[in-house]
Design a protein around this ligand. Structure first.
Ligand code: N01
Length: 541
């Protein structure tokens, strides 16, 4: 029987393929395209009704990519690079989703994607070296499974007493209604002040009657300076794409900054030199700010100097000193995901916007008509949870994955995720994770990181096919080494000093382990080296 959306289901019989890819975001789409071109029979399973992953779900007002458009795009096909026209320095969510749909159409991907299908169980069967994937719409079987499930794909909605009796609508930024939301004339409450909230708050404020922001931890943010993309700039990128893409791969975060990365220690700069350099980067906008000096992420004193610069900006921008003080962070800058904004701090100068500090007195409960903090009710008509995600492991662990001998991934990862290269897991043969924990993933521009993983996995599958190997899986020692390596690298940085989602600290009860690996270029070299050295650290059988 042919299903309405591509992959055929044989009337209750399992759908059998060489490879099943879970997820049709940027990783899943490219994995499908790449493996199809290499002659593999691939099916993609996707819970959404369309492609795009993150950009399918995160449709909140103001959603926009913090990586510049010319760099947040696929590089695998020069024709695609040339034909697609971006319109802004940073693309908004609708434009990125249009691009994802264009890619799906251009490479005829949909015929191998089964939409509106949720994976409920994934089990390895030793007897026939196959994975069996249970979904709410039938079973899939395959020799290989690629988890292209995204790093930020399971929403974190904290429980607040009384929320079920709230009389108005509630939304999570990562599950925004497709038909959009009209906040005009409403009093809106936003809970959270991470990247999503920082983008959404100015846009919601421009629409609603009254906005109350419930902030647990203030955040540093730097102007994005979004603007229409200059035609000459776009043409210049297109003319030099090969050289620029190659340069991106040599950069820490897999993106080229507008100003060269500073290499000197910030703490040694004179006051004048420091002030001028930071001001220039504040005006240019974007992540280049955080790369003004070489040791911002490594040295507490240097980091503190940069943090103080942003604190000074908040004091300058925000009129009311009490609100400015509440908005001022005192933790390490950029040890949580750095934020970029368009008029975030400025929004708190508007008369209909107020900030409620819930750091010491947490939200007590949600009443039918509002949010209660310290016994006081803040009336709201609608609540936006901008409360983030169960990052990097949340989606994988919810799929009930069992490997060899019925071992559960949840048990294997009880003390935090364990992978080799962020690509494979011991005891889970033939399962690959794209941008999995232990790889640079969320510390980088995601699309080059995705392409690097997809290319590596594709090369590996071709090599296995040529050698007649049925399975591949990391040796226990290689996995143990890699976990220690990731921790050791993270410990050289200031990353572990904040309660970030990188550490799992945003989810009550989640083991605190630094999940991504800082440093993209050395990682790419290691992956190349492992593959060239007969997949060192993996067992091929
Ligand atoms: O989520 P977050 P996000 N009571 O976890 C607060 C990517 N992204 O969706 O800091 C009160 O950062 C929480 O407070 P605290 C990007 O990688 C990319 O904003 O834990 N507050 C925090 O303020 C980003 O890092 C882009 O004390 C509660 C907020 O909710 C990642 O997605 C755009 C609470 C959650 O912030 C996640 O960002 C947007 C509670 N019980 C996102 N629980 C672009 O590229 C949580 N909070 C543009």
């Amino acid at each position: 029987m042919s299903s309405p959306d591509g992959v055929s289901m044989n009337g209750g019989e399992p759908s059998v393929h060489d490879v099943v890819v879970v997820g049709a975001g940027f990783a899943g789409m490219y994995m499908l395209h790449k493996l199809r071109g290499l002659g593999f029979d691939v099916a993609v399973v996707e819970r959404a009704s369309g492609v795009g992953g993150t950009w399918y779900w995160n449709r909140y007002p103001g959603a926009r990519c913090d990586v510049e458009s010319m760099q947040y795009s696929y590089s695998f096909d020069p024709e695609l690079e040339q034909e697609w026209e971006w319109t802004e320095r940073y693309s908004g969510q609708p434009e990125i989703l249009r691009y994802a749909n264009h890619v799906a159409d251009r490479y005829d991907l949909r015929r191998d994607i089964r939409f509106e299908t949720t994976v409920t169980g994934v089990d390895w069967h030793d007897a026939d070296n196959q994975w069996r994937l249970q979904t709410d719409r039938g079973e899939f079987r395959s020799r290989f499974v690629v988890m292209a499930t995204g790093c930020l794909s399971t929403a974190n909605v904290p429980h607040f007493d009384g929320v079920e009796c709230f009389e108005g609508p509630t939304y999570h930024t990562g599950r925004w209604p497709h038909e959009g939301v009209d906040f005009s004339g409403l009093s809106v409450g936003v809970i959270g002040t991470g990247s999503s909230a920082i983008q959404a708050i100015p846009v919601i404020a421009a629409e609603c009657r009254e906005l109350t922001v419930f902030q647990r931890t203030p955040n540093y943010s730097v102007p994005a300076r979004n603007e229409p993309l200059d035609a000459a700039d776009q043409a210049d990128w297109k003319a030099n794409y090969r050289e620029r893409r190659a340069r991106m791969l040599t950069q820490q975060a897999a993106m080229v900054q507008r100003l060269p990365d500073g290499e000197e220690p910030a703490k040694e700069a004179t006051a004048d030199e420091f002030g001028e350099r930071m001001q220039e980067r504040w005006e240019v906008g974007g992540f280049t700010f955080y790369r003004a000096y070489g040791d911002i992420g490594l040295d507490a004193e240097s980091n503190g100097r940069v943090a103080e610069f942003v604190r000074g900006k908040i004091a300058e921008i925000v009129d009311d000193p009490e609100t400015a003080a509440k908005l001022t962070p005192h933790n390490t800058i950029a040890c949580k995901r750095p934020c970029l904004d368009t008029n975030y701090y400025e929004t708190f100068n508007l008369p209909h916007v107020r900030l409620v500090d819930v750091s010491e007195t947490p939200i007590e409960r949600i009443s039918p008509a509002g949010v209660v903090v310290g016994g006081e009710e803040y009336p709201v008509d609608a609540i936006v949870f901008a409360t983030g995600f169960d990052a990097m492991t949340g989606t994988l662990l919810r799929m009930n994955i069992t490997g060899r001998d019925g071992a559960r991934l949840a048990d294997h990862w009880d003390a935090g995720p364990r992978t080799y290269l962020g690509l494979g897991v011991t005891g889970f043969p033939n399962m690959f994770t794209v941008s999995g924990p232990g790889s640079p993933s969320v510390l980088t521009n995601m699309i080059p990181s995705i392409e690097q993983h997809v290319d590596w996995i594709a090369r590996c599958l071709v090599d296995l096919r040529e050698r007649g190997a049925a399975t591949i899986e990391p040796e226990p020692d290689a996995e143990a080494y890699w976990v220690d390596y990731v921790n050791a690298v993270a410990d050289l940085t200031l990353f572990p000093t904040c309660n970030s989602w990188y550490l799992g600290a945003n989810i009550p009860g989640k083991t605190r382990v630094f999940m991504p690996l800082p440093g993209f270029p050395p990682y790419v070299e290691i992956c190349e080296d492992v593959a060239s050295d007969n997949y060192r650290g993996f067992v091929l059988a």
